[in-house]
Design a protein around this ligand. Structure first.
Ligand SMILES: [Zn+2]
Length: 256
């Protein structure tokens, strides 16, 4: 039996009307048995905790999405710090910079730096979100040596091979998702072909990029095809990378 990890899945998204966990039995039949749920709003963190309490396979990456940077308060900062003590919290996310939203870049950067500091203090990796701000985000990650110190995954990657290689060298994983299945995808296939095995993890970004968790198998088939390896081999290295990044094993000894 192959095992898969979905490193970025919004099981608590309002679009799923509280039914996110209902998607898991079918996914688990396909061997998808680890799910990392990223935070979006401060007000979503409670619901995430409830999800993780009700499903052994669900892990959390709480954080504030850059689009909602104006929600950041001293109370939110304290709460996020507090959450890092939970054995179900395996990362901080999704955090980053987004040039396409209304919250100002200055505010986004303040919120990003505060969350990176929380991740550094807790020795947790980060789930990164970047849109129209790749260079700026890269500069901050370099400055704070985030790749070397805690690592992370660059979610929904669709940039150039050069940026992908730079991220891999800095110690980050590339989150490969349904963008790879687009007929017009050009840059991402090149990165998937050329990157070292150790740099790739899989994600669905459900419900925004996929309706069912099983789409991850379609993404994996494409990865296997591009890299001329078997599906089993793709499961092995992507799952191993996710396990190493998030340390599920280490943390599960405290769980049930
Ligand atoms: Zn997302």
């Amino acid at each position: 039996m192959t095992n898969w990890c979905d490193t970025h899945i919004h099981l608590d998204a309002p679009e799923l009307n509280g039914q996110g966990l209902d998607l898991l039995p079918a996914a688990q039949k396909c061997g998808i048995n680890k799910f990392v749920v990223p935070g979006v709003l401060v007000s979503s963190w409670d619901g995430m905790v409830a999800l993780a309490e009700n499903a052994e396979s669900v892990y959390l990456a709480p954080g504030l999405h850059p689009a909602y940077a104006d929600q950041w308060t001293p109370e939110a900062e304290q709460l996020l710090q507090y959450m890092t003590a939970s054995q179900k919290v395996v990362a901080i996310g999704e955090i980053g910079l987004d040039g396409s939203v209304k919250s100002s870049m200055q505010q986004q950067e303040v919120v990003l730096r505060a969350q990176l500091q929380i991740a550094l203090d807790a020795r947790l990796p980060v789930l990164l979100h970047a849109r129209q701000a790749t260079g700026q985000l890269l500069a901050i990650l370099r400055e704070l040596e985030i790749g070397k110190k805690i690592g992370g995954s660059w979610h929904g990657f669709s940039g150039s091979l050069q940026v992908a290689q730079e991220l891999a060298e800095l110690g980050f994983k590339i989150g490969v998702g349904p963008i790879l299945l687009r007929a017009n995808a050009r840059k991402l296939p090149d990165a998937v072909k050329a990157l070292p095995t150790s740099a790739l993890v899989l994600e669905t970004d459900l419900p925004y990029m996929a309706e069912k968790p099983e789409i991850i198998l379609k993404v994996a088939e494409k990865v296997a095809e591009l890299r001329h390896c078997s599906l089993a081999e793709t499961a092995r290295f992507t799952t191993e990378n996710a396990n190493k990044l998030f340390g599920f094993q280490d943390r599960s000894i405290y769980g049930k």
